[in-house]
Design a protein around this ligand. Structure first.
Ligand SMILES: [Zn+2]
Length: 443
């Protein structure tokens, strides 16, 4: 909270910041002047290059799959407080033709039910975070086993099969070993990963059993007694990715070879995996490059709803077309150089932007005068050039852009209706109330 204005100190009437001694610095003076200048820019100073797009020249994609997740941590009363986290993810198929018949502002519940019937898949699990010890072993080992079992049990192991499919690059004629990882018992480096298709293995150093799910590295976020709720958020992100790729994997293997390229796959949030989880990124890129080379493009978008890119777009969107309902939509593909210079304002030349973590590149889209969004679209292989990516690098961009207008929600600004539906299914509101969950862990 700000202090109330005093009357003793000089300078307050002249300027909010003028009385600070540090204002003698030229740099600070300039900053203060900028801060106190209320006029906003008249033009887009970031030099964003927008390209008009005419949707009627391209055929929209006919099917849409969307994935979203949420998690909640719950603490018990009493000392020490015990804590668990519930994680829920949902994958949803939407028939775009049927979606077109629905009023996006006030969807009729029965029509909505019709669009959704039999087309949603859920996944849910629970993690011990603090002060919970099962009879089977430490919290550390409990989380390791819960990750493995949760992935293997649901949908007859379909999500787990996708983890194997990505880890061993099973779309290739000759699959590879898994990415390298560290033993969860002795932390020795298992450089060669696990051999093709293995579910588990023996650590060469301590002879302990390691699981394929240990490769993801949830244990690196934990200690023996407790886990932070970042384990829950990381698990949610990994499961969203695995669920989306389960749909992609099944379509890819389908006898109708065209099916996979007729579908739009949407992930809520950026196409990014950070920290230890980024070791899945090279495999995902390799698969998407493979689909590109085979002439069977997979159309994927991630939608960012908050963060630096949304803030930046919010500040420049009004300068871009369309400014009236009659103008066509437009888009801007962001190069690595633009992202560094205009979004992060940090010319970090040592690490090309997103090299380790991103499996999609950034894109601004403005659909009508009041609807604009930040999207991520994959390119397949990553290219470290500062002027990468360019328009042709983004996989299936034309068909993605042609599909977007029919998916725009009329309820939330800049939202996509399938994401909104997936969000409804995966959100907290469908958890039992916190009180019930609390009783559950106090038992
Ligand atoms: Zn070991």
């Amino acid at each position: 909270m700000a202090y109330g204005q005093g009357s003793r100190l000089p300078g307050e009437s002249a300027s909010k910041l003028g009385h600070l001694a540090v204002v003698q610095s030229e740099w600070v003076k300039t900053l203060v002047t900028e801060f106190e200048t209320t006029t906003s820019a008249e033009t887009d100073l970031s030099g964003t290059v927008w390209t008009p797009f005419i949707p009627r020249e391209v055929i929209p994609l006919s099917r849409v799959w969307a994935v979203d997740g949420s998690y909640v941590s719950v603490r018990s009363e009493g000392i020490p407080a015990r804590e668990v986290a519930f994680v829920k993810t949902a994958l949803l198929a939407v028939d775009r033709a049927r979606l077109d018949t629905i009023d996006k502002e006030n969807p009729h519940p029965l029509l909505l039910q019709d669009v959704l019937t039999g087309s949603a898949v859920f996944h849910a699990t629970v993690f011990p975070l603090k002060n919970i010890r099962t009879s089977l072993g430490s919290n550390y080992n409990a989380v390791r086993h819960i990750v493995r079992d949760s992935m293997r049990i649901d949908e007859d192991g379909a999500f787990y099969e996708t983890l194997k499919w990505l880890s061993y690059q099973k779309w290739q004629l000759e699959p590879t070993h898994s990415p390298a990882f560290n033993c969860p018992h002795c932390h020795a480096a298992i450089q060669d990963g696990l051999p093709v298709d293995a579910d588990d293995g023996i650590c060469w150093e301590c002879k302990g059993t390691v699981f394929l799910t240990d490769m993801l590295g949830f244990h690196l976020d934990m200690d023996e007694a407790s886990a932070p709720d970042s384990v829950a958020s990381a698990y949610m992100l990994v499961m969203e990715t695995l669920m989306l790729f389960t749909a992609i994997r099944i379509f890819w293997g389908h006898s109708d070879k065209a099916l996979v390229s007729e579908t739009l796959f949407i992930k809520d949030g950026p196409l990014t995996l950070r920290g230890q989880y980024s070791k899945m990124v090279p495999a995902i890129r390799a698969f998407l490059q493979f689909t590109k080379d085979q002439g069977r493009p997979v159309h994927i978008i991630g939608q960012e709803k908050s963060g630096a890119f949304c803030d930046h777009l919010g500040s420049i969107a009004r300068f871009a077309s369309p400014r009236t309902k009659d103008e066509s939509m437009s888009f801007a593909v962001l190069s690595h150089e633009y992202v560094r210079r205009e979004v992060y304002r940090s010319p970090d030349l040592e690490n090309p932007y997103g090299m380790r973590t991103n499996w999609g590149e950034k894109l601004f889209v403005k659909l009508d005068p009041s609807t604009y969004m930040v999207l991520n679209v994959p390119t397949g292989n990553y290219v470290a050039n500062v002027d990468f990516p360019k328009v042709p690098d983004l996989i299936g961009l034309d068909r993605i852009l042609a599909t977007l207008p029919s998916l725009v929600s009329r309820k939330y600004e800049g939202a996509l209706f399938p994401v909104e539906l997936a969000n409804g299914i995966a959100s907290m509101s469908s958890y039992p109330s916190a009180r019930i969950l609390q009783r559950f862990i106090e038992r």
